[in-house]
Design a protein around this ligand. Structure first.
Ligand code: FAD
Length: 334
């Protein structure tokens, strides 16, 4: 059941009357904007007032020029320095503080991604402000909506902090098109904070599939798939036939059927594709938390009482080992 609670966050200072201005932090990988992080701009335009986008790392000038094309952005600030490539909070948060202080912003926004979750708490601490996480709607300049208890309750929070540090759920603030805008691009300040932490390495799964977080279609498998071999044998051709990304339940991930990065749900990724087609997933609340905003939910499960059918737009009761290959064959003929 949905409940609404209104929580007033600590009130350290009365809010001065000033126009909203948003500092929207963009994430980059190898000098290119991570498209989901553009949600910060969307949230900024919803807040009203001026939006300044920020990006840092090596070779980010062209990414800054790209961001300048986004409608609603007044200015893009960039800082060229390889020290920010891996977004270590120890030097990235002080970098943000310097640039935020210079602009006197009322709101600082980033995506609720690993990047945002890593950087924003430290930034909030440095600014001595209370972070507002994972918002799904903006009611006004100081009032925001966020899911709690894995999406089972919706909380409306009001903040009186003079700078509001916010992370936004990407699926609730779709990225803007990078066209039609013409923002000024300028270099920001670089405090070159010495960093005690060193980036060692990363081991990323490479895939030609659409990115799970932003794909239009997602096919997802659960414990019902029984093994990694069956998961791959059934889900991969289905995903290929639909041009979909592959997701999985936590039970499937924990059982080693699918990679960690494919987990959908409360402790995995949030997705809201046009189509979410799942097989062998019961529909636990922690799983629903990550996919229930999908436009069309289709589920295959042999148990007609499975909770997934309560949220599914289309349900097929049957054995997935028969139904999934049948469906895949039909899709191939379309
Ligand atoms: P099950 O619940 O075991 O369901 C398997 C389903 O497959 C059943 O409904 C069964 O009827 C069906 N089935 C079996 N065989 C067949 C067949 N041959 N044909 C058709 N259907 C078949 N879970 C997540 O997914 N994501 C999360 O992010 C997440 N975070 C969590 C965080 C916390 C703090 C906790 C406590 C739990 C979290 N979970 C998460 C786990 C969650 O509670 C469930 O345990 C998990 O989602 C179950 O995965 P499942 O649906 O694949 O497995």
């Amino acid at each position: 059941a949905l409940r609404t609670a209104r929580t007033r966050l600590w009130q350290s200072q009365p809010t001065a009357v000033r126009l909203a201005s948003t500092f929207a932090i963009l994430e980059q990988k190898e000098g290119k904007i991570v498209s989901q992080s553009l949600s910060a701009i969307t949230a900024g335009t919803k807040l009203g007032g001026a939006v300044t986008a920020f990006i840092a790392g090596s070779g980010v000038k062209s990414a800054a020029d790209e961001a300048a094309k986004s409608k609603g952005v007044e200015k893009v600030i960039y800082v060229e320095n390889p020290a920010y490539d891996k977004c270590l909070p120890e030097n990235y948060a002080p970098l943000l503080v310097e640039n935020i202080k210079k602009g006197g912003y009322t709101h600082v926004v980033a995506g609720h991604s690993a990047f945002g979750k890593n950087i924003m708490p430290r930034l909030s601490a440095l600014l001595d402000t209370q972070q507002i996480s994972d918002i799904t709607a903006i009611e006004s300049e100081d009032t925001f909506v966020r899911p709690i208890y894995a999406g089972n309750a919706i909380m409306t929070v009001q903040s009186s902090d003079s700078i509001k540090v916010i992370t936004v759920r990407g699926t609730a603030f779709p990225a803007p098109e990078l066209e039609g805008g013409n923002a000024a691009v300028e270099e920001g300040v670089d405090p070159k904070t010495e960093c005690q932490t060193e980036w060692v390495s990363e081991d990323l799964q490479k895939s030609d599939r659409p990115d799970l977080g932003s794909a239009d279609k997602v096919v997802s498998g659960g414990r019902g798939l029984k093994s990694k071999e069956e998961f791959d044998k059934l889900m991969t051709p289905l995903a290929d036939a639909l041009g979909a990304a592959i997701g999985a339940s936590r039970a499937a991930v924990d059982s080693g059927f699918a990679d960690n990065s494919l987990q959908v749900g409360q402790t995995g990724k949030n997705v809201a594709p046009q189509l979410y087609l799942c097989a062998g997933i019961s529909g636990a609340i922690q799983h629903l938390a990550g996919m229930k905003d999908s436009k069309v939910i289709a589920a295959i499960n042999k148990d007609p009482e499975a909770p997934i059918f309560q949220v599914a737009d289309v349900g097929l009761v049957g054995d997935l080992f028969v139904k999934v290959p049948e469906l895949t064959e039909k899709l191939k003929t379309l």
